[in-house]
Design a protein around this ligand. Structure first.
Ligand code: ZN
Length: 134
């Protein structure tokens, strides 16, 4: 198993950042030929998902739909004021798994690995864990 850490400095309150190339580089550096890559976000107000990275409007639509689904506001118990960010992060989840074949990530044509910030701007980390096929 190889663990690589990627640093991300987010720029906005909420933002989706395509990290596909950075994850692919971490997998190449692990020198693993075939297996699985788990991409894990060690935060409670950020998440990771796989979706279209070709049309930037998809990222904007995801953020605006989550905003309608889980609006910010004073009606939560969590006193820090960012309960909506915690809930949006849990809805998308904190890890995704991608196959590795011949040292490369195997993704669909339109798929990218998207880091999702819900309470930025902040310094963030993503962990890339590459494991050999058993
Ligand atoms: Zn909080």
């Amino acid at each position: 198993m190889a663990l690589k850490r990627i640093s991300i400095k987010t720029q906005a309150k909420q933002e989706i950042v395509d990290i596909t190339e950075r994850v692919a580089r971490a997998v190449r550096e692990s020198a693993l030929s075939d297996g699985l890559c788990t991409i894990f976000v060690p935060h409670t107000t950020a998440a990771i998902t796989i979706n279209e990275n070709a049309d930037p409007a998809v990222k904007e639509d995801i953020l605006s739909a989550l905003g309608r689904l889980v609006p910010a506001g004073p009606h939560y118990k969590h006193a820090e004021g960012n309960a909506h960010a915690h809930i949006r992060a849990s809805l998308l989840g904190h890890s995704v798994t991608v196959p590795i074949e011949a040292g490369r990530l195997v993704l669909g044509t339109w798929q990218g690995i998207l880091f999702c910030e819900f309470d930025g701007p902040r310094q963030r980390e993503v962990w890339v864990i590459s494991s050999p096929a058993s």
